[in-house]
Design a protein around this ligand. Structure first.
Ligand code: NAD
Length: 511
C-alpha cells in the first residue's frame, strides 16, 4: 500500500507498517497530453485489421504470463497477498481471460445485417456494427491490481480502443509493472498509465476520455459519475457490496462451511464479492456456526489471511466489530488486530444487531457475521434488505430449489453451492445492482460498454426519390394506411391491398 503525498506515493509494507520507498505521481498538468497521445495511438490501432490486433493482444497476454512470478512477488510486497492466492486469483485467471477474448472477439465484433422488407425498402441494406469508443479511462482499486484492469483492457484493445489506466494509489508498483509490460508488448501510448490518487483520476475524466470505467468505493463512484456527467461522458461503476450466503437446512457439509470460510476470508475479506453476511437455517445453525468457527480458527494469519491494505482499513474493520460487540453480538473468534502491520485475524460473530454497521455496511475485512432464519421466505427478505446487490450464494443439496431462491435476490451474480469466483472470467458478466453500481464487465454485455453501435445504411435503389419524401399527398396517406392494414394481425387484407395499390397509383400520378 502507499500513502498519498501531493507529488509522491509513499510506499508502506502492510505486513510491517514500515515505509519502504516512494514513487512519483504523474503531474496532473501532464494528464491531458497523455490522453491526447493515447487518442492518437488509438486512431492508428483501429486502422489495423482485427487479425493484427488479435496477434498483438495475444503477445501481451504471453508477456504478462511470462512475468507471473514477478507479479506474484510484487502482490506480496505491495499488498501482503499470500502467494497461492496471488497466483490463483490474478495470474491463472489472466490466462483464461485472454483465451476467452481471443477466441470470441471476431464473432463478437461482426456486423449484424438487418432484414428489411423489400416492398417498403427496395434496394436498401442496413447493418449495425460495433465501433471503438476511442479512449477508455480506467480508474482502478487496489484489491486485485493486476487482474482487474486487464478485465477491461483486453476487450477494450481488441475492440480498437486506447486506454488511460490509473492504478490505485495503494497499488502503484503493480500498476508500474503492468505499465512496463504494456510498453514492451504494445504500440507506444496505446495504454498510458497515470499514477496518483483522486486528483489524477479526476484529471483523466477532465481530459475528455470517451468513457470512464470505475471500480472502487461508493463514495469514489459517486464523485466520478458526477464529474463524468459534467462532461457528458458515460461511465460504468463497479462498487462495493454486502453479499449474503444463504445456508439451507440440507446444505452439504463440510462443503458449505469450507466454501463460506473461503468466501469470507480470502484476500483478507477485501473482495467486492466476499461473503459479508451469512443467513443459516436455525435447524442447523448451532453445528454450522461451530464448524465455521473451527475452520476460521485454523486459518493462519499471514499465510492464509494476509494483512489489510492500510491503517485506515484496519481501524474501520475493528470499529465495526467493536460496535457490534458493544451492542450485544457474540464474538466467537478473532476480533482484534494482531501482529505487526495491518493484520486482522479471521473473525466470526453471531447475534449481531441487524442495524449495526457490521451487518449493513461493507466491512471489506476478514469478519463474518452469522444470523439465523426460520423460513426460506425470511432468508430471501433478509438477503434483499440491503442497498447493495453484487452477488448471492445459496447452499443446498437441492440445486433447483437453491437456484430458484438465488434468483429472487436482487443482485448481479447468483451462485449455487459456490461463491465469489466468476468475477475474473471474460465470458461471464460481472456487475451489481443498487449501490453496487451499474454497467457490466465481462461477456458481450461488458464488450457492449466499450463500443458504440454504428448503423450503416446503403441505398442502391437509384430511383429519383423515395415514396415517403415530399410532397405529402392524400395518396401517400392512403398507401401508408394500406400497408398498416396488411401488416396488422386481424386487419382486412383486401382493404389493405386495395389502399396500398390505390395509394401507389395515386403517388405515381402525383395526387
Ligand atoms: P476508492 O474509491 O478509494 O478508489 C478507487 C480508485 O478511484 C482509485 O484509483 C482512486 O484513486 C480513484 N478515486 C477515488 N476517488 C476519486 C475521485 N473523486 N475522482 C477520481 N478518482 C477517484 O476504492 P478502493 O478503496 O481503491 O477500492 C475498494 C472498493 O472497491 C471496495 O468498496 C470494493 O468493494 C470495490 N471493488 C468493487 C469491485 C466490483 O467489481 N464491484 C471490484 C473490486 C473492488
Amino acid at each position: 500500500m502507499s500513502r498519498l503525498d501531493p507529488h509522491a506515493l509513499v510506499l508502506i509494507d502492510p505486513r510491517s507498517g514500515e515505509e519502504v520507498g516512494s514513487l512519483p505521481c504523474t503531474p496532473v498538468e501532464a494528464v491531458p497530453d497523455l490522453v491526447r497521445a493515447a487518442r492518437e495511438a488509438g486512431v492508428a490501432w483501429r486502422q489495423r485489421p482485427l487479425e493484427e490486433r488479435i496477434g498483438v493482444v495475444r503477445g501481451l497476454g504471453n508477456a504478462i504470463l511470462a512475468r507471473g512470478a514477478e507479479l506474484v512477488a510484487m502482490l506480496g510486497a505491495e499488498l501482503g497477498k499470500p502467494a497461492g492466492e496471488a497466483w490463483t486469483s490474478e495470474i491463472v485467471t489472466m490466462g483464461e481471460l485472454f483465451d476467452h477474448w481471443l477466441a470470441v472477439i471476431e464473432d463478437e465484433l461482426e456486423a449484424i445485417p438487418l432484414e428489411l422488407n423489400p416492398l417498403n425498402y427496395p434496394g436498401k441494406q442496413i447493418r449495425v456494427e460495433p465501433e471503438a469508443l476511442g479512449v477508455i479511462g480506467l480508474i482502478m482499486p487496489w484489491n486485485y491490481p493486476v487482474h482487474l484492469p486487464m478485465r477491461t483492457i483486453v476487450p477494450a484493445l481488441l475492440a480498437g480502443n486506447a486506454v488511460v489506466f490509473k492504478p490505485s494509489e495503494h497499488a502503484p508498483r503493480c500498476g508500474a509493472l503492468l505499465a512496463e509490460v504494456f510498453a514492451a508488448a504494445l504500440p507506444a501510448n496505446l495504454v498510458v498509465t497515470v499514477q496518483g490518487g483522486p486528483a489524477q483520476g479526476a484529471a483523466v475524466i477532465d481530459a475528455g476520455v470517451d468513457k470512464v470505467i470505475f471500480t472502487g468505493s461508493g463514495a469514489g463512484g459517486r464523485a466520478v459519475a458526477a464529474r463524468a456527467a459534467q462532461h457528458l461522458i458515460p461511465c460504468a461503476l463497479e462498487l462495493g457490496s454486502k453479499d449474503a450466503a444463504l445456508v439451507l437446512h440440507d446444505a452439504k457439509m463440510p462443503r458449505a462451511v469450507e466454501g463460506i470460510v473461503w468466501g469470507a476470508f480470502h484476500n483478507a475479506g477485501q473482495d467486492c464479492a466476499s461473503v459479508e453476511r451469512v443467513l443459516v437455517d436455525q435447524r442447523i445453525a448451532e453445528r454450522f456456526v461451530a464448524d465455521v468457527v473451527k475452520a476460521a480458527q485454523a486459518l493462519r494469519v499471514g499465510e492464509d489471511v494476509g494483512p489489510l491494505v492500510n491503517e485506515a482499513a484496519l481501524n474501520k474493520v475493528h470499529a465495526q466489530v467493536q460496535e457490534a460487540v458493544a451492542r450485544g453480538a457474540v464474538l466467537h473468534c478473532g476480533g482484534a488486530p494482531t501482529g505487526t502491520g495491518y493484520f486482522y485475524p479471521a473473525t466470526v460473530l453471531t447475534n449481531v444487531p441487524l442495524d449495526c454497521a457490521l451487518w449493513r455496511e461493507e466491512t471489506f475485512g476478514p469478519v463474518l457475521p452469522i444470523a439465523v432464519f426460520t423460513s426460506e421466505e425470511e432468508a430471501v427478505t433478509m438477503a434483499n434488505d440491503s442497498p447493495y446487490g453484487l452477488c448471492v450464494s445459496v447452499w443446498s443439496k437441492d440445486v433447483a430449489r437453491a437456484e430458484a431462491l438465488a434468483l429472487r435476490v436482487r443482485c448481479g451474480v447468483s451462485f449455487v453451492n459456490n461463491c465469489c469466483f466468476s468475477g475474473p472470467m471474460g465470458g461471464a458478466a460481472w456487475g451489481g445492482r443498487g449501490e453496487s453500481g451499474y454497467g457490466a464487465t465481462g461477456s458481450r454485455w461488458g464488450l457492449a460498454g466499450l463500443v458504440h453501435p454504428r448503423t450503416v445504411v446503403i441505398d442502391r435503389s437509384g430511383g429519383a426519390k423515395e415514396i415517403w419524401w415530399f410532397p405529402y399527398t392524400p395518396a401517400l396517406s392512403q398507401m401508408a394506411s394500406g400497408l398498416v392494414e396488411m401488416g396488422r394481425s386481424g386487419g382486412s387484407r383486401l382493404a389493405g391491398v386495395k389502399n396500398t395499390l390505390g395509394g401507389l397509383l395515386g403517388r405515381w400520378k402525383k395526387t
